[in-house]
Design a protein around this ligand. Structure first.
Ligand SMILES: [Zn+2]
Length: 270
């Protein structure tokens, strides 16, 4: 059987069902022809000119991006705006583009599971489980898990910095206490505090929070560690690449699964 973009689309959907995506999100097959032959796939956090060049250099036929390139309605596809420029470059490079965003966040093959495992959490439970469907795996947003032993929050912060390879984190709330139960939410944590039962965890580890969400978290007495949107999600695409590589259909077709190297956070500390 020919391994086409359409076959890859089905495989992504089987690992991180598109139907799980949040209502405001835009996931799935975004750019390209469904009958395009796929021999190599590049997994990246997001689409940039450097990622498109890397895909071309590595002879990839498709890119799977965590962040949606096409998110808001697009009225024209020209180089007059960044999205149009990137879509044009993807098409001119003969590439296909797939997006696995909040559907991947809610899948055990994705961002939140990767982050929970990276910091050594066990006994994982979803913060917000999806309704269970008989015979289907359990999905949900974010995890709560336990560290191997109780440690001080200060020590935990140092562990997070080491595991995520970041020099700084932002902290909201009290850092004097101790931590055993940790909630993780890769990327933006703004939505997490809405309706989240923080008695489930001593600390929430997330990527970033807006000023107002941070203020709210502080008033609610939460301790939140923001380790960076990029740092908390980059590991997720590597993790997903592993699931794709072990997938029977991909192995049988000999499709190469590549991990993006030319990516970095858009800002840095000076
Ligand atoms: Zn993100």
């Amino acid at each position: 059987m020919k391994f086409t973009a359409s076959v890859l689309d089905h495989i992504i959907d089987s690992l991180a069902p598109y139907s799980l995506a949040c209502s405001w999100d835009n996931v799935g097959f975004q750019v390209g022809r469904s009958d395009r032959n796929i021999a190599a796939v590049l997994c990246a956090l997001e689409i940039t000119p450097a990622i498109i060049r890397e895909a071309v250099r590595k002879k990839a036929d498709a890119i799977i991006s965590h962040h949606p390139l096409i998110f808001h309605p697009v009225l024209r596809i020209t180089d007059s705006a960044v999205t149009g420029q990137l879509v044009t470059d993807i098409i001119l490079s003969g590439l296909c583009l797939f997006v696995a965003h909040t559907n991947l966040d809610k899948s055990p093959c994705g961002t939140n599971h990767a982050l929970a495992k990276l910091i050594g959490l066990a006994n994982l439970r979803f913060i917000q489980p999806e309704p269970v469907q008989i015979g289907k795996p359990q999905y949900g947003m974010g995890y709560v898990g336990k560290l191997p032993k109780t440690i001080t929050i200060k020590r935990f912060i140092e562990e997070v910095k080491r595991c995520l390879r970041v020099s700084h984190v932002q902290v909201i709330g009290d850092v004097k206490g101790r931590v055993r139960r940790v909630a993780v939410l890769a990327g933006s944590g703004n939505e997490a505090i809405k309706g989240m039962d923080m008695s489930l965890a001593d600390v929430l580890l997330t990527g970033e929070m807006s000023h107002h969400a941070a203020l709210e978290a502080k008033i609610l007495g939460m301790t939140v560690i923001c380790a960076g949107h990029y740092a908390t999600e980059a590991v997720g695409m590597k993790y997903f690449a592993g699931f794709l590589r072990r997938h029977k259909g991909i192995q049988e077709a000999g499709v190469k699964i590549l991990e993006a190297k030319c990516q970095s956070p858009p800002y840095e500390y000076v």
